[in-house]
Design a protein around this ligand. Sequence first.
Ligand code: FAD
Length: 448
Amino acid sequence: STHVVWFRRDLRLQDLPTLSSAADADRVIALFVLDDTLATPGPRYTYLLRCLRALDDDLDGRLLVVHGNPVDIVPAVAREFEASAVHVSADHAPYGSRRDHAVEAALAGIPLVRTGSPYAVSPGRVLKADGTPYRVFTPFRRAWIEHGWRSPASTDATIVTWLDPGDADLRVAIPADDADDIVLPPAGESAALRRWRQFRDDGLERYDTERDRPDLDGTSRLSAALKFGCLHPRTLLHDLRDRSDSGATVFRSELCWRDFYADVLHHRPETAYRNYNRRFDAIRHDTGPDADRAFAAWQQGRTGFPIVDAGMRQLLAEGWMHNRLRMIVASFLTKDLHLPWWWGARHFMTHLVDGDLASNQHGWQWTAGCGTDASPYFRVFNPTSQGEKFDPKGDYVRRWVPELRDVTGKSVHRLPDGPPAGYPLPLVDHAHERQVALARYGEISARS
Ligand code: FAD
């Protein structure tokens, strides 16, 4: 018998339950469909192409890449190779689950076998005692730890016999990428595992104290690898099973945030584009040419707030931004510029190499105050003191904002002598905008 393993967000061969699931087949076709809906040029697509090249190398050139709509392509491949089953890791995100139902129908009786998911605990599995989903992170985490996760699947390229698709009719070459202007993390499973081991052995111990410091290399930078499944969070959790130091404990908790937001989006798919807390539907946003100009200044990193500008420029240069910066710039957009969170979320999704609908939209909503477990709306980040606290020597700002390279120490956050030539004055008065944000929040609170 021939089976298809259709790769999506699981571009690896180790700890891959779909491979165990296909292991009884005589021959296995490795398939990836370049779906136009997801193939938008940008850093994330470039990284994906590099991951595909790495996977194809690990399969000795036997990855069948096909361009088109999976609803047509997957059944066509199954027919061409007379396959009797198609194996996938389950996709719980709104687009992915709709697509999989449509593919399942189009397969007309050839089973679509879902095994595992990109999460330590599949979305929908952790429920309250009354069977309803959690709305708050901390109790979710408690239940998630209690639920536990499976051991890694013992798989590698050798557990199935791969069929060489040769020059199958539908096959396309993996497109070349031309993103030389952006520095992306090394792509593919081996690179991700190397990075993980290095971080586990050299960085994790200090993670608890350094993870909030954008001037230090204190986090794993594995988000893109996790996004595309070059490694599975279960592999990491398993590696940490005997560690109870605070670094490992906090890292486990961060992986839980990823599971939590996927769970939230699974239960409330409409929250990809709408407020989780519907009371915020009534909040007033700024509109018009001034709002558009402010948004453009934010996007380009020209707000005159050094820490905000440094974060926005790191995003453009690396397709990645430190978590503390994501919170600072998101707070600035929503509470200092009074713009809708989804404007910022869309900009992030365009540029982030780890851009993920669940983590991004809910990270934004959390910061804007309209999400789950929200940081209270009235807690408005002060960009200047955030800069001084988390970039205490000013090194992060100087790295990303060349106009400020000659300003020494932490005065780079306040610019007591005014902005140097070429750097803008602050776009807004933070103390005033904070009051505006609180007043608008007061309007919607009074109504409920
Ligand atoms: P580490 O600190 O090493 O954390 C390890 C892993 O845990 C991360 O790779 C990630 O998979 C997960 N993780 C950590 N923090 C979070 C979190 N708050 N929410 C969900 N997962 C988390 N993360 C994304 O993967 N994709 C996004 O599109 C995304 N958008 C965000 C938008 C906003 C406004 C905010 C505030 C956060 C967003 N995050 C997103 C979460 C977080 O900023 C990144 O996961 C993290 O910065 C990635 O760097 P790292 O791999 O070095 O993280």
